[in-house]
Design a protein. Structure first.
Length: 673
């Protein structure tokens, strides 16, 4: 009995020790938190609930610490005391003057007292001064968010950096402020932009590693920390009992430094902040120096701006696309088809290799599932090594293509730009490309004639829509079996429409204007570079021949599909050109129609080619195909474009530089494969 009581007491004792050691708190705004915080010098809690460390006054210092000291050393386990783990997250805003740069910065701080007497402003951020800087007796650990170039030569010229500091303003690690979603790419983040930024600081007492992560508030926490994990043994820095909080300072340059929300824990992850409750600071301007008349003007300007912002806000809310803190240029806000990078990143499991469903000259295509609605999409990642100029025009065009809707098109759902990458989001089409089904040796299933006939009719309908039925004429420019995707009902859907035309704006490449794929290029294209609906019809004709014959347009320099069909035709044995894999299981009338229509569409003379509307009438037996003699002289059919001096359909030779984008595509870049 006594031993039970003893055990219970022991348990309670240990429980209390553990309790006493672990600290956890959260401030979603600081309204009513005056007692919980120890404020020093310039720091105040504003009525709105903002913790303001400094205003825009020169040489100001502000400190704000959690009032209760925190047990930071664990003496229980080993002989030498070990610093305890902790996690913290907070949202800050640094609002600099409207003109010029602000200063200096703020720092998350572990310090032995809530006041740091003697500490200096400017570069010292209210933590150190010129005599004690670097002295181990400071017992200060800080993570600085500094906007002025100072002690760290490594940081960029503008000084916009984050650093880990131990007893000194000389950082043990520092990085230009940016946030990253994967190892290869990062986006700069201007600390003093005035926009709220969320930071996470994690210290692991076991591995003695610290990591610092930042991103614009509202974005998901980046997977990659900005700094770390970096080895810093805090056991040698902290005292038994420490205070945790913030310090900030101004100098000749001034900014308002705000903490908007903060949580901290020595026992697990920091409690997540409720971002919707945080009292975000307005980007107020320094008004003290303005004369009254100026104030009036500014006030009216402000109200106009406020009104504009309100309208913009309502518009965005209406579109349910409000992404407040993704750094967007104004024009981008008006693009309903713009996707969040984070969503595409999540959808494709971080652009994981295993999610790649196609690779081509542009980049890779990933399969993904949108987190918002669970829809499957294909995300095409076009990598450009030089920045895309005229991107605005480019996206305007994509925006308009995003409105195209037809059952025989692979609909473009939207886009996203990220640094030099352009991401295009398409419907996901499960059955791969027509080229894959026609030519793949792995594929044992042979497309039946019925399926093939249905597919070419579908593609004709899709092309007609692009050429004639939509509000603008859209020239596809890259019609080919590799760009035809087959959906679950075995209907053909044309992908990548209009995209080729976009490349032509010179936005992505400065090389030749000829766009398309060898074997599908109408002869006049190679002469003039002028694409037209008629050159699309030419490529469609080649597609018809591919489907009927089951062969690629150019297999070797000795086999050009169209020439071979012409020869059969001239021998009066056109049906011999039919795909042997079909084992003669086709409707003779239809096969003959498709072969002859293929020749007609791929006529050397643009004028001789039918329009898509006529093509559909032929395919539906509404009109009779003109007799074979009407094709013109066979010689004119046999003019080989210079282009065709190629080794195989997958290799370009000759004078066309392969740019980073590759205007001339020899491989299929299938949106949904
Ligand atoms: C802060 O608290 C005061 C009363 O204590 C209240 O009047 C005020 O509205 C609160 N502000 C916010 C932003 O919640
Ligand atoms: C620096 O700070 C220490 C206290 O930490 C103080 O004793 C000293 O006088 C200060 N030095 C200067 C130059 O202000
Ligand atoms: C560090 O500070 C302590 C006390 O403030 C002082 O005695 C010591 O000389 C300083 N050390 C250095 C290297 O400046
Ligand atoms: C701790 O940081 C060091 C580098 O400072 C790194 O090599 C090590 O892998 C990190 N450990 C963990 C657990 O992250
Ligand atoms: C801090 O949070 C990370 C995850 O965010 C977690 O893995 C780690 O265990 C936490 N550290 C502590 C001391 O709880
Ligand atoms: C965040 O705060 C809002 C407003 O106070 C509240 O409606 C919401 O439930 C909170 N969310 C969480 C996760 O606590």
């Amino acid at each position: 009995m006594a031993s039970t009581i003893y055990l219970v007491l022991m348990f309670l004792f240990f429980y209390m020790i553990v309790e006493a050691r672990s600290v956890e708190f959260i401030f979603n705004g600081f309204n009513g938190s005056e007692k919980a915080l120890s404020l020093d010098r310039a720091s105040i809690i504003k009525p709105t609930g903002l913790l303001r460390l400094t205003s825009k006054t020169q040489n100001a210092i502000g400190h704000a610490f959690y009032s209760e000291p925190i047990q930071m050393l664990d003496r229980s386990s080993s002989s030498s005391p070990n610093a305890l783990s902790f996690n913290t997250t907070f949202v800050f805003q640094i609002v600099s003057p409207s003109e010029g740069k602000g200063g200096y910065g703020l720092a998350f701080t572990l310090a032995p007292s809530t006041q740091l007497p003697g500490a200096a402003a400017e570069h010292y951020l209210g933590l150190f001064n010129s005599t004690n800087n670097g002295n181990r007796s400071n017992h200060i650990f800080a993570v600085e968010f500094d906007t002025v170039n100072g002690f760290n030569e490594k940081s960029d010229s503008e000084g916009n950096h984050v650093g880990i500091n131990v007893n000194s303003m000389q950082s043990v690690a520092s990085e230009t402020a940016s946030f990253r979603y994967d190892a290869s790419r990062s986006e700069d983040l201007k600390l003093e932009s005035g926009n709220p930024i969320q930071a996470w600081i994690e210290y692991d007492g076991e591995t003695k590693n610290v990591s610092v992560t930042i991103c614009p508030m509202g974005e998901d926490k980046p997977i990659q920390p900005l700094i770390g994990p970096h080895h810093v043994d805090l056991s040698e820095v902290v005292k038994e009992s420490m205070y945790v909080g913030f310090s900030a300072s101004t100098g000749k340059k001034t900014s308002s430094h705000y903490i908007v929300g903060w949580s901290f824990s020595t026992n697990g992850a920091a409690p997540p902040l409720n971002l919707s409750e945080l009292p975000i600071a307005p980007h107020e301007k320094n008004s003290s120096s303005f004369r009254p008349s100026v104030i009036a003007i500014i006030a009216s300007l402000c109200s106009v701006t406020t009104l504009l912002f309100a309208i913009l806000f309502l518009l965005m809310v209406y579109r349910r696309k409000w992404r407040p803190f993704e750094a967007l240029e104004n024009w981008e806000l008006e693009c309903p088809h713009r996707f969040r990078y984070q969503d595409l990143y999540t959808a494709t499991k971080g652009f994981k290799k295993s999610e790649i469903i196609g690779v081509g000259g542009f980049g890779a295509v990933y399969k993904g599932r949108l987190p918002s609605n669970g829809n499957e999409v294909a995300v095409k990642k076009i990598m450009t090594h030089n920045s895309i100029q005229g991107l605005r025009e480019f996206t305007a065009e994509i925006e308009s293509l995003g409105r195209l809707r037809h059952k025989n098109l692979v609909n473009l759902q939207g886009w996203c730009k990220r640094n030099n990458d352009l991401l295009l989001v398409y419907d996901y089409i499960p059955n791969g490309s027509l080229a894959g089904l026609l030519f793949s040796r792995r594929n044992n299933t042979v497309l039946s004639w019925e399926q093939r006939f249905n597919i070419v009719k579908g593609i004709a309908a899709g092309l007609l829509y692009l050429h004639e039925e939509w509000e603008q004429v859209v020239i596809h420019r890259d019609v080919k079996s590799g760009n035809v995707l087959i959906d679950a009902e075995m209907n053909g859907r044309l992908g990548d429409f209009g995209l080729a035309r976009l490349y032509d704006h010179g936005t992505l490449s400065h090389t030749t204007n000829i766009v398309g794929t060898i074997g599908y290029l109408a002869p006049e294209l190679t002469r003039t570079g002028q694409a037209s609906t008629s050159s699309d019809v030419y490529a469609y004709g080649i597609l018809l021949l591919e489907v009927a014959c089951g062969r690629k347009p150019v297999e070797t320099s000795n086999f050009i599909l169209i020439e071979s069909v012409i020869e059969y035709h001239q021998m009066g044995r056109i049906l011999d050109a039919a795909d042997p894999k079909l084992n003669s299981a086709f409707e003779v009338k239809e096969m003959e129609l498709v072969l002859r229509l293929g020749l007609l569409c791929s006529h050397q003379k643009p004028k001789a080619r039918p329009a898509m509307r006529e093509v559909i009438r032929y395919l539906n037996w509404e009109d009779e195909l003109p007799a074979i003699d009407d094709f013109g002289s066979s010689d004119s059919l046999r003019v080989r474009p210079k282009f065709m001096e190629v080794v195989s359909s997958d290799t370009i030779t000759g004078s066309y530089p392969s740019s980073s984008i590759g205007n001339i595509t020899t491989d299929s870049m299938d949106a949904g494969r």
